[in-house]
Design a protein around this ligand. Structure first.
Ligand code: ZN
Ligand code: ZN
Length: 412
């Protein structure tokens, strides 16, 4: 299969299926400077789909690192008015679709002052909080994909020469994203996949569990209560106009929100998490009444502590997601060091903000109402992976057990 054609099809997929760009709409594309050709493919696909205007924000790991290294805290914390005005224009005013190409070197910020980085991200998130609802509440369409960069590819495939590693990572991304060199086939793959995911969500919603119990031999033993009116969601979301979009590509998960204060027990992570350019590995949490009361990590513990101290809600869960152990990403055997892929290889949770769209009518509720229902709020939302080959999950409705997962996969 021609790699070039497949790459073109990924660009088309994120525009037509991911963000579902419609005639007359604006698009904001965030993409790494390392691959301008791919950015141009996306921009062209947007215009071909009828976009009115596409603006591009370039990202660069090396420049980001320099800022954190050289600028003082006050400068880093500052968010200029024009940046706020730009978000106001793009989201509040133009309702721009958002396409984000994430391609971070997992070690981009390794060795820098974690406190300094965490504070500046926190301050920035506070200023930008009013704009988060446009994506968290699905007001606009948004979609996330990843493409290789040299440093990321060499982290995933150590020992290979750069060009080989990049090609191998491209193939892994395209395989797990169900993209072939035939556009019609790629479309059909996605249509069929979305039907399978929707069936799992329907099963879970029909059972309307009060709580779920996780156990596996690594020590995980966790009970998670679910809020009244919660809904399990699969890959597809609808924006405020009712247009369907796919927020993550690839996507293998079915997810909802936990009851903020209803999480108890021990939870052991099964894959590393890259947070702000630092790897956190071999970590676990103990929860009491929803709160992380104890944690440890063999690698990156300071970074994990900074993350948990972001704000009050950072110590509570905001997402519970089911992914079969036999998902194509897990079967690839590749550890991507990239949450978009690793979360879709494994059952996961997120610490931090819950998606309001996971409760009935939630996208129209105020923060205080979401709080009353039991949804967590925070400046962060960070997924981490807990899936294991022997993970069992049992759901309970009025005390009656139903096996949801047996040995890492859906049991029914
Ligand atoms: Zn998720
Ligand atoms: Zn998440």
């Amino acid at each position: 299969m021609s790699l070039d054609n497949r790459i073109k099809n990924l660009a088309r997929l994120v525009v037509e299926f991911g963000a579902n760009v419609k005639p007359g709409e604006d698009v904001v594309l965030m993409t790494p400077v390392e691959n301008p050709e791919f950015a141009r493919m996306i921009v062209e696909a947007c215009y071909e789909a009828g976009a009115r205007h596409v603006s591009v924000d370039w990202s660069d790991d090396a420049l980001k690192r320099m800022r954190y290294q050289y600028e003082d805290q006050e400068t880093l914390n500052e968010v200029p008015d024009y940046e706020v005005a730009r978000q106001e224009y793009r989201l509040a005013n133009k309702r721009s679709n958002r396409i984000v190409v994430i391609s971070e070197d997992p070690d981009a910020l390794a060795g820098l002052d974690e406190k300094k980085i965490a504070e500046s991200i926190r301050e920035r998130s506070k200023v930008m909080k009013p704009f988060r609802k446009y994506t968290m509440n699905d007001i606009v369409s948004w979609s996330l994909i990843s493409i290789p960069t040299v440093k990321w590819a060499m982290k995933v495939f150590p020992g290979m020469i750069a060009g080989e590693a990049v090609n191998k990572l491209w193939e892994a991304i395209l395989d797990t994203s169900r993209v072939t060199d035939d556009w019609e086939e790629t479309r059909t793959n996605w249509k069929n996949h979305l039907i399978v995911l929707a069936k799992h969500a329907d099963f879970l919603n029909a059972n309307n569990f009060d709580k779920v119990h996780y156990t596996s031999s690594n020590g995980t033993n966790l009970v998670v209560e679910l809020p009244k009116g919660h809904m399990w969601k699969a890959a597809i979301s609808d924006n405020e106009k009712g247009d369907a979009f796919v927020p993550n590509m690839p996507t293998e998960e079915v997810f909802t929100s936990p009851l903020k204060t209803g999480v108890n027990g021990r939870l052991v992570a099964t894959k590393p998490l890259v947070y702000n350019g630092t790897v956190i590995n071999k970590f676990e949490f103990r929860f009491e009444d929803g709160k992380v009361v104890d944690f440890k990590a063999e690698e990156g513990e300071d970074t994990l502590r900074e993350m948990l101290e972001s704000d009050e809600g950072a110590r509570y869960l905001g997402e519970i997601a089911l992914v079969p152990f036999d998902s194509p990403i897990n079967e690839s055997g590749i550890l991507f060091f990239n949450t978009l892929f690793d979360e879709n290889a494994s059952c996961h949770f997120a610490l931090g903000k819950a998606y309001p769209t996971t409760v009935e009518g939630g996208d129209l509720l105020e923060d205080s109402e979401l709080h009353t229902i039991g949804l967590n709020d925070s400046l962060i939302h960070e997924d981490f992976m807990v899936g294991a080959a022997d993970l069992d999950i049992i759901g309970y409705k009025d005390g009656k057990p139903v096996q949801i997962f047996k040995n890492g996969n859906f049991a029914y």
